[in-house]
Design a protein around this ligand. Structure first.
Ligand SMILES: [Zn+2]
Length: 318
């Protein structure tokens, strides 16, 4: 967050943003997605100064309160957009959320900020079609699980596979009434702008055309950046601009321009900051030149991503 805010200030862009102070989410608000047992467990571990929830997910004594604040940031962003105060709101919350499942924390995530905001968008504003686009390089297992039976949320997750958390097979398509509303796009390591561009034009845009979302929500993780230390995708900043442009166009076409983003992963601090500012520039129409730092030459990819794109299309009748 400091890297992002520093870059925004250095480039005199910070003052162009309207800043909203987040209200912490209440336990009742979080409990629309998570079990009370999970919420109490996180609270208790923090009170006991337990440092670790699992090998990836650490805690400080303040983590429970910060987790509620991060979830509250996503709620604040969603409500500002739904009330018409803003077209686009990006919640820079930490910890991130998309790995947190209804009954457990995992992968740095305590509470699923995005899922909580989406559930409240349904309940408070009566939305019947929300599209959650999760472009973090990891599969958004927690968000998938929260809406797996819900046809009111179209969850779309292009991600690197194999990679943590190991879920996200293309045949995980939702269940019951939610069948067909969960779309995984598992891509081999090494994919860059060209593959992602095809994922958007051949899968994500047609899905949006079919679903006609009332609200677009983006779990924006920037760990597909080519220098990111935890993953092996090959996106340049032009790739992030391309993804944000598609998001803006979907929102303009179906959602009165409404987009809510939450910050997920991104572990190369310079790359994370530049990618986020690139995304904000594209969504806000700022006249800021694209950083053309090129991604390294494509490495051989062990599997054919275009075949996988074809399989996803065939599986979902796109
Ligand atoms: Zn990630």
């Amino acid at each position: 967050m400091q890297a992002i805010l520093t870059l925004l200030k250095q480039q005199n862009l910070f003052d162009k943003l309207e800043q909203l102070a987040p209200m912490p989410a209440s336990v009742d608000e979080v409990a629309k997605v998570h079990t009370r047992q999970h919420i109490d467990y996180v609270h208790k571990l923090c009170q006991q100064h337990k440092p670790q929830l699992d090998p990836d997910t650490y805690l400080t004594p303040e983590s429970y309160d910060v987790g509620l604040l991060s979830a509250g940031g996503a709620l604040t962003a969603m409500r500002a957009v739904m009330r018409g105060n803003l077209d686009v709101a990006f919640s820079f919350g930490r910890p991130p959320g998309h790995h947190a499942e209804p009954h457990r924390a995992m992968g740095f995530c305590l509470f699923n900020n995005m899922a909580i905001a989406a559930r409240h968008a349904q309940e408070e504003f009566g939305l019947s079609r929300i599209m959650i686009l999760d472009w973090d390089v990891h599969h958004g297992n927690g968000t998938q699980k929260a809406f797996y039976h819900d046809p009111g949320v179209l969850f779309v997750s292009p991600h690197q596979s194999p990679l943590f958390p190991g879920t996200g097979h293309l045949k995980e398509k939702g269940e019951g009434a939610g069948e067909g509303y969960n779309v995984n796009i598992p891509l081999p390591p090494g994919c860059g702008d060209e593959v992602y561009s095809q994922v958007f034009t051949e899968i994500i845009r047609p899905l949006a055309d079919r679903f006609r979302p009332e609200l677009l929500m983006v779990s924006a993780g920037q760990d597909s950046y080519h220098n990111d230390p935890v993953a092996s995708m090959n996106l340049s900043f032009a790739g992030f601009a391309m993804m944000a442009r598609h998001a803006r166009q979907i929102a303009e076409e179906y959602c009165d321009g409404k987009v809510v983003l939450t910050l997920e992963g991104g572990y190369h601090l310079g790359g994370l900051a530049e990618a986020v500012v690139t995304i904000l520039s594209e969504l806000s129409g700022w006249d800021r030149p694209l950083n053309h730092e090129p991604a390294p030459p494509a490495e051989p990819i062990y599997d054919d991503p275009f075949r996988i794109i074809g399989e996803v299309k065939a599986f979902h009748n796109i």
